[in-house]
Structure formats: C-alpha cells, structure tokens
Ligand binder design. Sequence first.
Ligand code: ATP
Ligand code: MG
Length: 553
Amino acid sequence: MAENKHFIHEIIDEELKEGGRCYGKKIHTRFPPEPNGYLHIGHAKALEIDFGTAELYGGLCNLRMDDTNPTKEDEEYVEAIKEDIKWLGHDWGDRFFYASEYFEKMYEFAIELIEKGLAYVCELTPEQMKEMRGDINTPAQSPFRDRPIEESLDLFKRMRAGEFEDGSMTLRAKIDLASGNFNMRDPVIYRINRLPHHRLGTTWCIYPMYDFAHPIEDALEGITHSLCSLEFENHRPLYDWVVNNISVETKPRQIEFARLGITHTVLSKRKLRNLVETGLVSGWDDPRMPTLCGLRRRGYTPNSIREFHARNGVSKVNAVVDFAFLEYCLREDLNKTANRAMAVINPIKLVIDNYPDDMAESFEVENNPEDPNSGTRTVTFSKELWIDKEDFMEEPAKKYFRLYPGNEVRLKSAYVIKCVGCDKDENGNVTCVHATYDTESRGGNTADGRKIKATIHWVDQKTALDAEIRLYDRLFTVEAPDLADVNYLDFVNPDSLTVVQGAKVEASLASCKPEDRFQFLRVGYFCADNKDFTPDHLVFNRAVSLKDSYKPE
Ligand code: ATP
Ligand code: MG
C-alpha cells in the first residue's frame, strides 16, 4: 500500500505527545453512514480515513448508522452497508450502533441545556424563522428567546408528548443571534415530525437535528476524532459548543477533509437512487454504478479501491480524480492477481487444414506469468478453433500483422500458423478462415528462429464453452455530470452496456465461480457476474480494458 500518513495524522501525533489532548489515550474514530442508500467510492475514502486512522494508531473505529432522520431510512441499506464495509476489509468488531439508540440521552441533554438557560422553545414557523434570520449586518431575532426556563421545559416535554402540530415549535440552542457564522444563530436542535422511524416506529414525534445529535453520539461512544468531510467545517463551532455545554466525559474533536470527486460519474446518493428508480441502471449494484457493490460486481478488488484512495491522499482541498486513475489501480492489481484465460468475444472459425482430423493435444500453460505461485492449467487444441473476427483481414490494412492470406502468426502457447485463405457466404461475408500449421513450432516458437510478429488468442472448438459477455463503458458521456447547472440524466451514456451472446471461452472456465476475475488474453480483465453467472450460463463482466493511455504522474 502507498504511504498514507496525512495531515490528520500529523495533528494526532501532536495530540499524543505528553501534555497533548490524547496523551495516553486510545485513538477512537467512527464511520457514520446515513442508511438511505448504498455506499459508493466516495464513502470508501471516508472508510479509509476512519478505519485506517484507527488501525494506524492501534485504536478502534465504530460503525454507526446515522439514523436520526426519520424519513427514507431502511434496513435493506443497513445490511448492504455492513456487507460492503466487510468486503473492503474493515472491521468494527462488536461496535455497531444506531444513532437512534441515543434518542433518550439526547432528550436528556436537551433538558440539561434548557435548565442551564442554553436552549429555548421557539414558536416561529420555518418561514418566519427564515424571515427573521437576519443577514451579515443584521442579527437574527426570536421573540421567544427570553421566555422563562420553566416555560421552555414545560413546552419541550409537551412537544415530546405529542401535544403540538408538526412544524409548530422547535427547540433552539441559545448561542448568538449576531454570529457571523449562521449555524450559531440559535440553531434549531429539535423539531416536531410525525414521520415514523425505521427502527423506532412512532415512539418519537420529535427528532434531534444532525448538528446536535452527531456530537452527542460521538461523545457517548468515546470518540476522540470525528473525521468528516469539508462541508461540516462551518458547523464545527456548533459541534464544539454542544460537547462543551453538556455533561459528557469525552470531548471529541472534529477534523474535516476534502470529499472525493471523480469524473464521468455522480456521487450523490439522491442521484444514484434516481438512476436506479428511473431504470437507467439495473440496480444499486449495476456494474456501471460507482457504488461499492457495483464496483465489486464489475470486478473491482478491495485492494484496488484501497490503493486508489491511498494514492490520492487526504487533504483539505477538494479535487476531482480522473476515473481512469481508478481503472489504472484496478489494472495494476489484476495484472498481479488475476489468472489468464482465453476468450473469443466475436468468434469466427479457423480450420488448420494440415492438422489431422482426429488428433487432439493439450498444452500446460501458466495461470499467471506475474505470479509464480499461480500454477498451470490445461488448454486443449484440435483442428478447428475459434479466433476473433478482428484477427483476420482478407485485404490487410497498413501495419496489420495478424492473419491475412500468406501471413504467419502465432497461436498463443500453441503453434505458428500460416493463413491460406477463407470461405465466404453468398453475401461475401467471411465464414471461415483457413490456415496450415508449422509442425515444428509446438509451444509457439519456430525451429529456424524466424520472427513472428503477431500472437493471437484462440479457443478449441471441441471443448469451447459459450458465454455471455457484458462490455461496460462509462456511465456518463461528460466529465462532470454532477455540476449544478446540468441535468445529469441527460448525459447517461446510451452505449454504456453492450451485451455479447455466443462468445467462446476456454473449457477451464467451467469451474469458475461468481466474482472470479481473469485476464482474457489480449481482451481485458473480466469478472464472473455475481448475480447471473451459473455453470450453465457463463456471464462475464468487463471490469476494465487491458490498456489505456492513462499514466499517473
Ligand atoms: P450524500 O450527500 O450522497 O447523501 P452523505 O455524505 O450524506 O452522502 P453519509 O452516509 O452521510 O453520506 O456519509 C457517511 C460518511 O461518508 C460521511 O462522513 C461523509 O462525509 C463521507 N462521505 C460521503 N461522500 C463522500 C465523498 N465523496 N468523499 C469523501 N467522503 C464522503
Ligand atoms: Mg450525510
């Protein structure tokens, strides 16, 4: 893994020194997803930071479902989130929590604030509150700010008891109506909302706001560092205000980092959900999605994703990373770890005219030349083979070195052959290519040392298996479909999926399992689909093409 110490670690190193805030303490972080969608590659960055930091310091990282918002959340998402995090290789041990477990505590802290004169019940409607928000030069206002503590206490308890309409009252922190930071202008910390909660049903009709709930959750779990993305920077004063004004032992520290942006895709759960709901993709795990389950199904390895984040580093400057860099990381990983196999996507027959009809032989070939421990497999060979249509041209173009009448090529790991012609149908389409083989070239090398420019892949017709191949391309045609002033749905790439039936693959693939990954020689990296692949219906997804002009700096 690339060296991944970043500015957050420099801060922690300081805090761990004698006299520092964390001297003698265990570093404790948390990952707090809102269970309203599946995790995506951006969340993986936060996962690396949260779990990675805990790991680096021999600390702990909790997994906490941030389910304080009663709408939208769903158990389906909770399970999927756990699954994805495990798949990436992170471990929360027995520290799995729901923020909603703390609702009673939060309520008590709200009471504490009211009793201290630090919160009050406000009866402004949301519209009125907006009107009275003030501006840079004018403070906000609330006619309820100075109501007696007893009155606020009574009203807040009755808010909880369900005596008031949704939206008719809020509990507000009493901080500073003139603050230059609008988050500090007596922010709402509780609202009335009768939407049922995904776990607690209708137990509550008041819900804490994120800015109040989150620091409490962190403090109650003994979190030392609450690492979050940059959009919370302006909320940090409120975070600190909450932990400093309630009776908790741990005073966690919030540190912000830049979110990951990536080209040719969107990373907002709302937009991703929309793609699913409009049927533009087949689901959250569609291999074109930037979700972790989509990338997994496509053929991405946990290692390639973690390496991608490690190499991108962590900073406070928002940056958009080229999707090609993610592909580069995958290619690098699969080059080392994926077994090789032969598959012909657009097959055409090749007949070796001088090869005996009833003869068959086999070659023992390395599974992965990059990995000495990968072992070997048997590849069969006989008179009739499948090759790719693109590897034959009756009239060769300039610089075309593959099969054309009179030219020699090497059949990978087998023999050198010479093209002697082709058959055509009544429309003039080539139906079969003919060649003769050099009997002295078993293994692929010529006895007299003559040079063979091109090597092509092939599959033995006697043992070949049919396969469905799904060729994926970018989901969006433009680099930044996420920009505010464009409708991302207008830029969905209509050619992002091409399904090829009747591809021919070598027999060894009969024993592969869903999610096995291969380099199909000369074609690309492929992954056995984890939903539709069965021994009777082989389905392979193209994870990434073999080469790209992309070079990291
Ligand atoms: P969305 O805005 O798409 O709904 P979110 O930020 O609300 O995403 P959460 O479930 O709240 O999603 O995210 C959990 C954690 O992941 C948060 O700490 C958040 O900051 C972080 N996160 C989400 N997206 C990114 C990203 N693109 N890059 C880095 N961190 C991210
Ligand atoms: Mg969020």
